[in-house]
Design a protein around this ligand. Structure first.
Ligand SMILES: [Zn+2]
Length: 448
């Protein structure tokens, strides 16, 4: 039998054998070439970017006083590996940022070899918060550190509510995200006195709620709000007048950040400043002087430095004489001492507005001459009125007016559950990256 004939028979036999191995009968395939057997690709199930196949996955919590070395050591990871991890993590997520009570997840792989059964921890995932995590990898001889974030679903909500108790109480009653209360207090800190909330006050707000696996994990952007307090309506319209700086504005373009008047009166000079220890001219002892003394003729009008409510109007036995105290938004309180008298109608409970006449300079109480001792407390702690942080409070500039008003109108429509012409507002419009619908670009005022 010739070699060529033998070779042909051998090849045919080999092909036959191959056909069987691939689970196909060559003859069949031979029949129709394009009917290839589709191999089903099984997508790996990933958790934190790790293929979970073959892993035992356990969740645990960092205990108070527990160290990374302790946690990893308990799971068979050597001190050398922990040291390498510490170095590898420095630039990515320094291990000292690991906090007690935060959760972590371990990925343990079991295998058997000639020495018996073994289980090793290949990954430890530390959860920084509901969204962000860090993957520490110990596969083979490598040590890796990678940050990741869980996919977040954003849901845009609008809600409206009347306050019967407190802002917090209402938010809990309505099962709204708690973070909303803090956002409100931040946005309205210069306008609404949250310690003076009245039953019947109300609010409406458009906000993004963040969900991870359908669990609410907090809120994102506040797209607009309305607060009705003491019969006054305060809108909060988001708009970035300064590059990249989001601020909230009233519907008329006034800033929601209010400044205190620099001083509550026209004065001739400052006769004494804020001090932790000053020699008292009357009592001849050193003691704190938590105010600024503005010298001015007796009878000089004194004005409230901001909107607020009178909480004390009477004789101060601590040497202040005729004294007024006014509570303002942002948990601020101002004090006006040694007054000759109070302005007409000023009494405890009076609501005053910025610049309103409240009293007259005098020299009542422990005083050596006519002057106003002016004081400020923030969260109950005296602060130096001359060092009071003043927020920029410019209104919307002319050049921004048209774009601002277009955004305002759409926010108010959305707050009222109405059809929003041009669609709901987006970050691109707030930050001026995209012209907001319906508004022609403002012609520049510059003369070429
Ligand atoms: Zn004084």
């Amino acid at each position: 039998m010739s070699i060529m004939k033998f070779a042909k028979i051998f090849t045919a036999a080999a092909l036959l054998a191959l056909g069987v191995a691939c689970g196909g009968n060559p003859t069949e395939n031979e029949g129709n070439n394009n009917d290839t057997q589709s191999v089903e690709v099984v997508e790996p199930t990933l958790l934190y970017g790790i293929d979970i196949e073959g892993y035992t996955i356990e969740n645990d919590t960092v205990r108070m006083g527990e160290t990374v070395g302790g946690i990893l050591g308990r799971r068979g990871i050597s001190a050398v590996m922990v040291d390498r991890l510490d170095k590898a993590a420095k630039e990515v997520f320094p291990l000292r940022q690991i906090r007690a009570d935060n959760a972590y997840t371990t990925f343990t792989r079991s295998y058997t070899d000639s020495l018996g059964e073994h289980s090793v921890v290949d990954y430890v995932v530390y959860h920084r918060n509901a969204i962000d995590y860090v993957v520490f990898g110990f596969v083979g001889d490598s040590v890796t550190v990678e940050c990741g974030a869980r996919p977040v679903d954003i849901v845009r909500n609008t809600c409206r509510a009347t306050i019967n108790s407190s802002l917090w109480g209402t938010i809990m009653e309505k099962d709204l995200p708690y973070a909303l209360a803090a956002e409100f207090e931040d946005i309205y800190q210069w306008t609404v006195d949250f310690f003076g909330i009245q039953p019947g006050d109300s609010f409406a707000v458009i906000y993004d709620e963040k969900f991870v696996d359908s669990t609410s994990v907090g809120i994102g952007r506040i797209w607009g709000a309305e607060f009705n307090h003491n019969g006054k309506q305060y809108y909060a319209i988001p708009y970035a007048q300064e590059e990249g700086k989001l601020r909230y504005w009233e519907a008329n373009g006034e800033s929601l950040r209010k400044q205190f008047l620099k001083a509550p009166l026209k004065y001739t000079r400052i006769s004494s400043k804020f001090s932790k220890s000053r020699f008292h001219p009357v009592h001849k002892v050193y003691r704190p002087h938590h105010g600024v003394d503005y010298a001015a003729p007796s009878g000089t009008p004194v004005h409230s430095v901001a909107d607020g409510t009178v909480v004390f109007a009477g004789w101060d036995r601590g040497g202040g004489g005729n004294t007024l105290k006014i509570k303002h938004a942002g948990n601020l309180e101002t004090g006006y001492l040694h007054l000759k008298g109070f302005a007409k109608g000023i009494k405890v409970g009076s609501r005053v507005s910025q610049g309103q006449l409240i009293g007259y300079v005098g020299s009542t109480g422990s005083s050596t001459g006519p002057h106003l001792d002016y004081r400020i407390k923030k969260n109950g702690t005296p602060i130096d009125p001359l060092k009071m942080p003043q927020e920029p409070a410019e209104p919307i500039a002319e050049a921004h007016k048209a774009r601002f008003e277009a955004i305002r109108d759409r926010v108010i429509a959305e707050l009222n559950g109405q059809e929003v012409a041009g669609g709901v507002i987006s970050d691109d419009e707030i930050f001026g990256k995209k012209e907001s619908a319906e508004v022609a670009p403002t012609p520049s005022t510059e003369t070429k």
